[in-house]
Design a protein around this ligand. Structure first.
Ligand code: SAM
Length: 276
């Protein structure tokens, strides 16, 4: 079967799997150009779908590179099995990327993983947290070298937001704690079928090899950040009640009447490290 036969296989997009398939060749080229696949790469694609990004990636894949595909939809995974049956470099994993053990894949590979995908928007935030935790669980293991994702633009804005901005929150802090965040370009709804209701964007995430700021317990940092942003309008004194007192905040040189959105990541790390 050639490529056009695969495209002819009809598939009704499943909303529950966040299926919006890319169909704009220029956008696909620009994504591949942003990733720059290199010889020996160990690539992982989340949600390959109907192979809109996968096929051009395979066409550029060096003989000593590999591409692991994680797809939850049985029908699409079966089509991908057929499409790449004769290609030793491509492995298909049927299952939920949220449960996938990226570090075990890393152990089988010679190099850190390069992860990419046009992510299902309904699970993009938990998926990013899952990946960040996997990348950070064993920093010395160097699990992921980079990630390129298509996300809702609003999510990319939140990831990259600096302190003081309206969109700065838990996603900004936890992403920027682990990674350098580089928004690359916007993608309009017309680039997909079916069309999503919102604008999308491509982001590059580069996990730090050595974290610039070190929380003694990353779970405590997450707990503090969650509590502080649970109600954005609250002062820190109120938002962090039960975790830390106003006196303790003052002792750390943190204004208890300040709002969470004004604090930089270093200050959140300082608060988390004061708690055991
Ligand atoms: N990459 C294709 C493209 O660009 O046309 C499809 C992108 S579509 C937005 C998201 C893809 O992720 C779908 O193929 C969907 O079935 C798959 N998917 C959804 N939830 C998933 C999950 N939890 N784990 C793995 N794949 C998932």
């Amino acid at each position: 079967m050639n490529e056009s036969n695969y495209n002819a296989v009809s598939h009704t997009a499943r909303k529950r799997f966040g299926q919006n398939f890319l169909q704009d060749g220029l956008v696909i080229d620009n994504i591949l150009r942003a990733i720059v696949p290199k010889s020996g790469d160990q690539l992982v694609e989340i949600g390959p779908g109907q192979a809109a990004l996968t096929q051009p990636m395979v066409d550029q894949l060096a003989d000593n590179s590999s591409l692991n595909l994680l797809e939850i939809d049985r029908d699409l995974a079966a089509q991908l099995e057929l499409q790449f049956a004769n290609d030793q470099r491509v492995n298909i994993h049927l299952g939920d990327a949220l449960d996938f053990d990226f570090s075990s894949l890393r152990q089988q590979a010679e190099k850190p993983l390069r992860v990419f995908g046009n992510l299902p928007y309904n699970i993009s935030t938990p998926l990013i947290f899952h990946l960040l935790q996997q990348a950070a669980a064993e920093p010395q293991a160097d699990v992921i070298s980079d990630m390129h994702f298509m996300l809702q633009r609003e999510v990319v804005d939140r990831m990259a937001a600096p302190p003081g901005s309206k969109t700065y929150g838990r996603l900004s802090i936890m992403t920027q704690y682990y990674c350098e965040v580089e928004p690359l370009f916007d993608v309009p709804p017309e680039a997909f079928s079916p069309k999503p209701k919102v604008m999308s964007a491509i982001v590059r995430l580069l996990p730090y090899k050595t974290l610039p700021l070190q929380a003694d317990q990353p779970q405590m940092l997450d707990k503090v950040v969650r509590a502080a942003f649970a109600q954005r309008r609250k002062t820190l004194r109120n938002g962090l009640k039960g975790l830390i007192s106003a006196d303790q905040l003052e002792a750390l040189n943190v204004d208890p009447t300040a709002r969470a959105e004004t604090l930089d990541i270093a200050t959140f790390v300082k608060i988390a490290n004061a708690l055991k």
